[in-house]
Ligand binder design. Structure first.
Ligand code: PGA
Length: 252
């Protein structure tokens, strides 16, 4: 059985003080799902260390929103995976469409970043998803196939077993438009088929695939009810305690 995994991507929001205020409320609001649902939050880099402390003895894990693929070096403005591990991260979101769209990140770069994350002792949440033009051009599965294969190339079944993937149709991110549960399920099933080709049925069956893109309290239950949707990567709604808590509790 795949354990439902809800992660909150705070993007470029919240100062340290604001992050701590949000975490204080969040801890209580999601504590009751301890066994059934895995929960993580991804604050901005500046707040990670303080948030890690504030999360001690809670059931909320800590994720970063990106990292560089080298362990250290002359890369002004970048943050390395071992630095994230040191401040308490267990997860790193990689290949988010905003990284791809605004910062030119590619599947090849994500592939290298996964290596850095794993080497540092953390796990990746690997994001894939098509744009509106690609969906309308009937290219969704082709694009997602290229992204999944490109990002995961070279990683073994033993490593991949614990990776998390996130299907985030770009047209649904921050737009209020959600993929229907059927549209999402179709792509999730396709991704699981790709994982099966690469790592075999046993591993493909264990890897969790989150859905992301305007997930809200009122659509979470339906999305999470689909057979291949194992959680959610939540942007906007993760900044509001009541909304995020309702999503965390949405799975029956
Ligand atoms: P959204 O963002 O929930 O605000 O659409 C999702 C994401 O970008 O991970």
């Amino acid at each position: 059985m795949r354990r439902c995994f809800i992660a909150g991507n705070w993007k470029m929001n919240k100062t340290v003080a604001e992050s701590l205020a949000l975490v204080r409320e969040l801890r209580g609001a999601v504590s009751m799902v301890r066994d059934r649902v895995e929960v993580a939050i991804a604050p901005p880099f500046t707040a990670l260390q303080a948030v890690a402390k504030a999360l001690e003895d809670s059931n909320i894990g800590l994720a970063a929103q990106n990292c560089h693929f080298e362990g250290s070096g002359a890369f002004t403005g970048e943050v390395a995976a071992p630095m994230l591990k040191e401040v308490g991260c267990s997860w790193v979101i990689l290949g988010h469409s905003e990284r791809r769209q605004y910062f030119g990140e590619t599947d090849e770069g994500v592939n290298k970043r996964i290596g850095a994350v794993v080497k540092a002792g953390m796990l990746p949440i690997v994001c894939v998803g098509e744009t509106l033009a690609e969906r309308e051009g009937g290219k969704t599965l082709e694009v997602v196939t290229r992204q999944v294969k490109g990002c995961l190339a070279g990683y073994s079944a033993v490593q991949g077993e614990k990776f998390v993937l996130a299907y985030e149709p770009v047209w649904a991110i921050g737009t209020g438009k959600t993929a229907t549960s059927r549209q999402a399920q179709e792509v999730h099933a396709h991704i699981r088929m790709l994982l099966k080709e690469q790592w075999g049925a046993g591993v493909a069956d264990q890897v969790r695939i989150q859905y992301g893109g305007s997930v809200k309290a009122d659509n979470a239950a339906e999305l999470l009810g689909m057979p291949d949707i194992d959680g959610a990567l939540v942007g906007g709604a993760s900044l509001k305690v009541a909304d995020f808590a309702a999503i965390v509790k949405a799975k029956g």
